[in-house]
Design a protein. Sequence first.
Length: 312
Amino acid sequence: MRLHPLSGLTMATVLGLAQLPAHAAPAQIKAPAELPAKASVADAIKASAPSDWRPLDPDNTLYLDIPAGRVVLELAPEFAPQHVTNIKALVAEQYYDGLAITRAQDNWVVQWGDPNEKSPKPILHAQRTLPGEFTVPMTKITNFTRLPDADGYAPQVGHSNGFPSARDPKSGTAWLTHCYATVGVGRDVGSDSGGGTELYAVIGQSPRHLDRDITVVGRVVAGMALLSTLPRGTAPMGFYDSPGKNVPIKAIRLAASVPFAQRTNLEVMRTDSAAYQAVLEAQRNRGGPWSKVAAGHIDLCNAPIPVREVAK
């Protein structure tokens, strides 16, 4: 299976997240009053409270271990429930262990899966393919905080439980967007030709034109540099031209199955918090002596979501 040629930091299940109505917009969430008029992102993070942060849910967090280190991914079951369940089944049977990163296309994606297409690794309990989950009904999404800035790809954009997302009130649908660090499911031409046996992460300029054409299952929250700096493949579409260049996957594990002492203990800023609105405003209107012109605008995929490692 090959990803069709037309073919960063997050949240799935939240622990203690205050729910906002689906129409919630930044104007309803005030930035901390104690911040200076032209606060920096660092200022906003420093002024945040413990309640502005949430831990990763270990039942929806994956550890992708490669020779260079660990990549942490957070899954989004609200947007792709069947694929997330299937990916976790693949992880449980250790399907990905011993497979490889086979593709690193400049300004596009890094992709991993089974390098042996002629004699693929058997699957024990999971499914090899599933119907595409390109959009979901808006009513299925429990949380959406809208950005006020215009977007060229969707009527509304913002964050749904920490994931960059979009929605169309006319069609009543919502979907995850292709931003840097987005993780999606590789497929062939058929919408039902992927199931999670091949996954990719965006390493280039946000390919938003892929939105609603591929199942998005989550995003990388830590270790992105381990993927984005891989040597570029020289074969068509950025695939490595010989097996020796593939990057071996040591293991992919669900965080919940990893002993606590061996987990990567991260917190992500809640995107429905006042602190995050302060982060957005700081990025939208960059202050300080270096900046000469404040953009007064922020693109969804350039909206940073702070992540921090905390003591165990």
